[in-house]
Design a protein around this ligand. Structure first.
Ligand SMILES: C[S@@+](CC[C@H](N)C(=O)[O-])C[C@H]1O[C@@H](n2cnc3c(N)ncnc32)[C@H](O)[C@@H]1O
Length: 327
């Protein structure tokens, strides 16, 4: 499946992805590309998204490709090198924050006299909403009580739900395999792992963040993981822009770490923010940009030609050379 290739000079091991792996990665890349192209063509975010959601065959192919890529090509590498894993990073930060003093440190740091309500953990589990879960990667952790949702789940343990469209109310509502309503101020943690880059428009990324803010319990965490194989500073403007936007709705960034192939961030819900105006919303939404928003279509067409080789770590958390932050 994976061919190892050791560089004689640097000693670094790289892996040449099998034809099978390359095909799976291409399927994922092409879906993202297609969405961006459609948006450029029409400029109509809603109709592009509606058409996309109707294309069930495409969504199912994406789901199964993503699942296979993760379980066949990345899993063994995550086990070999846990430090590169976005999944492990999220899990260990949640344990630190909720069980090992992180939350108390943040309360002290906030320096205010606010009497923060104590987060009550249900049966000592952290309630997590994993948005865009695909194959339920957090389901394995016993400390987490995970509700996994996806536009098109790859596994039965993941509920079908379009996070952009789902209603928000007082109680979670589930209809068979679909989540139809999510509850405000409910979750200790919401995870967007490799989710935001899927959307072709920054307004959609912003809608997700605003929804997360409403669904989180006070002092809860929004975890955002975004792929990037470059050095931390190379996309620091993007990360700063996201930080500023989220701070404006009471989501304060308390942790940032650059893993080899991803930016990992934790935002703490510090307040129930007041409503924002339409103008403010537009400005804040534009801050949720990603570099691909500004690429012209021809950039991504040339991208494929040189993406056959992957380093082992790249495959482990594998969106390097996929068109997320790199095309
Ligand atoms: C790149 S995969 C990431 C999977 C997983 N979170 C991970 O870290 O490996 C992005 C996932 O987001 C899902 N997704 C995209 N838009 C969504 C939406 N509006 N609501 C729920 N899930 C969505 C896709 O179906 C896809 O499974």
């Amino acid at each position: 499946m994976l061919a190892q290739n050791k560089n004689k000079i640097t000693g670094e091991t790289s892996v040449i992805m099998s034809y099978d792996g390359k095909l799976l990665a291409d399927i994922i890349k092409n879906v993202h590309r297609h969405l961006r192209k459609e948006l450029r063509k029409t400029g109509d975010t809603n109709s592009v998204w509606t058409n996309h959601c109707r294309n069930v065959a495409l969504l199912e192919t994406y789901a199964s490709s993503m699942h296979q890529l993760a379980s066949k090509h990345w899993e063994q590498l995550r086990v070999n090198n846990p430090a590169t894993s976005r999944i492990n990073w999220t899990w260990s930060f949640l344990l630190y924050y909720f069980f090992n003093g992180g939350l108390e440190i943040q309360r002290q740091k906030s320096g205010s006299n606010t009497d923060w309500p104590k987060l009550m953990l249900k049966e000592s589990k952290i309630s997590v909403l994993d948005v865009g879960s695909c194959y339920n990667p957090f389901g394995e952790f016993e400390e987490l009580d995970v509700l996994s949702i996806d536009l098109c789940p790859a596994l039965e343990s993941v509920y079908q739900c379009d996070f952009l469209q789902v209603a928000i109310g007082k109680k979670i509502a589930i209809d068979g395999s679909r989540v139809t309503c999510l509850a405000t101020n409910h979750f200790h943690c919401i995870v967007f792992s490799f989710l935001l880059e899927y959307f072709p428009a920054s307004s959609q990324r912003w809608t997700c963040c605003e929804k997360a803010q409403k669904l989180l319990a006070e002092e809860g965490l929004l975890i955002i993981i975004t792929p990037d194989s470059k050095a931390a500073h190379s996309n620091s403007k993007v990360m700063k822009s996201w930080r500023e936007a989220l701070a404006a709705i009471g989501l304060k960034r308390i942790k940032y770490e650059k893993l080899q192939h991803a930016h990992c961030m934790a935002f703490r819900k510090i307040s129930v923010h007041s409503e924002i105006t339409c103008e403010e919303r537009e400005i804040l939404a534009s801050k949720m940009y990603i570099p691909q928003d500004f690429h012209c279509p021809s950039d991504s067409e040339t991208e494929d030609k040189d993406d056959i080789k992957f380093s082992e770590a790249e495959l482990a958390e594998g969106f390097t050379h996929l068109p997320m932050l790199t095309d």
